[in-house]
Design a protein around this ligand. Structure first.
Ligand code: SF4
Length: 372
């Protein structure tokens, strides 16, 4: 990183860098992704948000289904939140879906349904950071703006031999300076979009996290990591923190044809989705049984309680250990008492906006005929 960080002077520009990326992209880059070949800012924005933390192969079917239901920003802005969440369910990182919906509404209110071309205005919208704003702007409007997503950070860290974790503010700031300095001087539309796509393609297809294909890389002659045999070491990994652990008990309460679900608060994990009711179960088995009975009494009379196999779900910042219990009601109280609870027809589990591990659990029980 010394090359970039030690000098307070501007990062060095180098027109041969962008030329190498553009030439390579035109010949060897990706040209047939479903969101390429369009200047429609709505489609480009949608793909960029979906791709933020998800691989291309996983995004493709979601992108197609989403566009069928929400073909333009006006349709998305006018849709009910549950509908948007249901079409996102399974992609993970649900804050993206809430921001997506909020962003569509803002684009309608502020810009009459037309995404602005200025990356600074784009970056003020919900869920759009600096790099995403630049990508949307470059692809839709040919704007000369620098991207710096995780893949591009990896490419730069290797090419410039960056000593430091690229997520650290000090290092990231220096990388941004470098990214801006390396933009093609020629800001013709085609040039900007090929350069932006080229950086993304290099990071996704050649300069991958493990086993990068340096022999085919157009940046190899200038790559410090390659020249110094440090490709496996760079970029430096995030300093390790031990993941926090949490435990919860989830209740699968069924009346034979419906399962009880609870609306989660908008903020926090799985915000805005439907999920299973949870209770704290810390005591002796007898106490735990009593707590279960008490928790289910307001929904009906329990005929049986069965402990299911526990499982662990990992989030970015913590691990959640889940102990599920299946409660079959002999008689269900029709009034569940709180607005946050709904009885879902068990035939509709697949399409409900549920967190992935909860959907997996319920579908497994349903398939095995154990919810009846
Ligand atoms: S030479 Fe290898 S490490 Fe360097 S940028 Fe290319 S693929 Fe990445």
């Amino acid at each position: 990183m010394k090359r970039i960080l030690e000098a307070d002077s501007p990062a060095p520009s180098d027109p041969t860098f962008s030329r190498a990326v553009v030439d390579w992209q035109k010949q060897h880059g990706r040209h047939a992704l479903p969101w390429q070949g369009t200047r429609d800012a709505y489609r480009i924005w949608l793909s960029e948000i979906m791709l933020q933390q998800t691989q291309v192969a996983a995004v493709i079917p979601y992108y197609a289904r989403f566009l069928l239901r929400f073909p333009d920003v006006a349709t998305l802005a006018a849709a009910p939140a549950e509908d948007v969440m249901a079409h996102w369910s399974g992609l993970g990182y649900y804050t993206r879906a809430r921001n997506l919906h909020g962003c569509a509404k803002r684009v309608m209110e502020l810009y009459g349904g037309v995404f602005p071309s200025d990356p600074l205005l784009l970056a003020e919208l919900p869920g759009i950071g600096r790099s995403t704003a630049a990508a949307i702007s470059a692809f839709a409007y040919g704007t000369r703006a620098a991207i710096l997503d995780g893949n591009v950070k990896r490419v730069f860290a290797r090419v410039f031999g960056v000593e430091g974790y690229p997520g650290e503010k000090r290092i990231e700031d220096a990388l941004w300076l470098q990214a801006v300095a390396l933009l093609p001087a020629d800001s013709a539309d085609a040039q900007m979009s090929a350069y932006t796509q080229g950086l993304m393609d290099l990071g996704a297809t050649l300069c991958t996290r493990s086993r990068p294909e340096c022999q085919r890389c157009p940046l190899q002659p200038r790559c410090i990591a390659f020249a110094t045999d440090r490709v496996d070491e760079l970029p430096l990994r995030k300093p390790k923190k031990t993941l926090r652990e949490k435990s919860t008990a989830m209740l699968v309460i069924s009346d034979g044809s419906h399962v009880l679900l609870e609306q989660r608060p908008d903020s926090g994990i799985w915000g805005g989705l439907l999920s299973l009711p949870e209770i704290a179960l810390n005591g002796e088995p007898a106490l735990a049984h009593a707590a279960l009975q008490l928790s289910t009494a307001r929904f009906g009379v329990a005929a049986s309680v069965e402990k299911l196999l526990p499982f662990t779900h990992s989030f970015t910042h913590f691990k959640l250990h889940v102990s599920p219990y299946k409660v079959v009601l002999a008689r269900r109280l029709n009034e569940v008492g709180e607005r946050a609870h709904v009885w879902l027809d068990i035939g509709r589990i697949a399409e409900a906006p549920l967190p992935a591990p909860v959907k997996k659990l319920l579908l497994a029980l349903f398939t095995e005929g154990r919810l009846i």
